[in-house]
Design a protein around this ligand. Structure first.
Ligand code: FES
Length: 293
């Protein structure tokens, strides 16, 4: 049966991991790419990063917060049930090269996206330092997997319930002051990525970011994922989602993302999810966002 759910796990309240049988995608997907998932016929498609893949067994793993009607529906599908459709791999793979010392920094759900990138940098022979942050220890996901994927892992929690109190960027600032770093890779909230890029630009350190704008068709046709990079509008779904962080206009990205009333799936997760309510289709949200801007 195509796209059968073979495993499920609750990582945190409202955060699920599902493993799906998708042999063609598992064989082709590269770190940094994503898929577009439609849980049931006539549902909207949602873009989700593939956190890991097992080409031999034909499985892909998706980790996602249940923030909207579609992600909740996906999270509620039982093991052995099938997902209606999965399109992918989509987007360009992450740029993985031998650089030397590579810092991968992520917060919130961005940790699920940075994990395959850490693994790939390590496999290329880099020394990988992971820096991850979450609001609380309970909200911190994938810590054991990140420890395996990195040579060293530094953790910050906002409330100090685990490791260092504060933000992942506080750790990065200290780390950059004491160590030579060849590349920084950042994924997460817009504020965090903007701060990281300001720090690394001041030190002349190459920085890549993975952006998570709203995506509708994920194939370069709707224009919803436009982001300004190097003064030009580009489409994150086909020309990204990875970009040179020092060229990204984060203010423009923030304005575009704030045009949508619903919280974003990745990176900008609110501390308290809104109560369930009927969710307009993504295209309707996109059009209403345009009217507001
Ligand atoms: Fe439609 Fe990128 S999601 S153009």
């Amino acid at each position: 049966m195509p796209f059968k759910i073979v495993n499920k796990q609750v990582l945190d309240e409202g955060v699920k991991r599902i493993d799906i049988l998708a042999p063609n995608i598992a064989r082709k997907i590269r770190p940094g790419q994503f898929v577009s998932v439609c849980p049931e016929e006539n549902d909207e498609h949602i873009p989700l990063t593939v956190t890991s893949s097992d080409p031999e067994r034909g499985h892909i793993s998706l980790i996602f917060p249940e923030l909207g009607q579609t992600t909740r529906k996906l999270g509620n599908l039982p093991i052995n049930e099938s997902v209606f459709s999965i399109l992918g791999p989509l987007g360009l793979p992450a740029t993985i090269q031998k650089k030397g010392a590579v810092v991968c920094i992520a917060n919130g759900m961005g940790i699920a996206q940075v994990l395959p990138i850490c693994r790939a940098f390590k496999d290329q022979g880099n020394r990988v330092i992971g820096i991850i942050g979450a609001k609380t220890k309970k909200a911190l996901i994938l810590e054991p997997q990140m420890r395996l994927a990195c040579h060293a892992l530094l953790i910050a929690t906002n409330d100090g319930s685990f490791e260092r109190r504060g933000l992942a960027t506080d750790i990065l600032e200290d780390f950059l002051g004491q160590n030579k770093v060849d590349l920084v890779y950042a994924i997460g909230a817009v504020d965090m990525m903007r701060k990281v890029c300001a720090m690394t630009a001041a030190r002349g350190i190459e920085t890549l970011v993975r952006l998570n704008p709203v995506m509708v068709d994920c194939m370069g046709m709707c224009g919803s994922c436009r982001v300004k990079v190097g003064g030009e509008m580009v489409l994150a779904c086909v020309e990204g989602p990875e970009f040179d962080g020092h060229k990204v206009d984060f203010n423009d990205l923030e304005i575009r993302m704030n045009a949508y009333e619903e919280p974003q799936e990745w990176g900008n997760r609110r501390s308290k999810p809104k109560p369930p309510r009927s969710e307009p289709k993504t295209l309707a949200k996109f059009l209403s966002g345009i009217r507001k801007s």
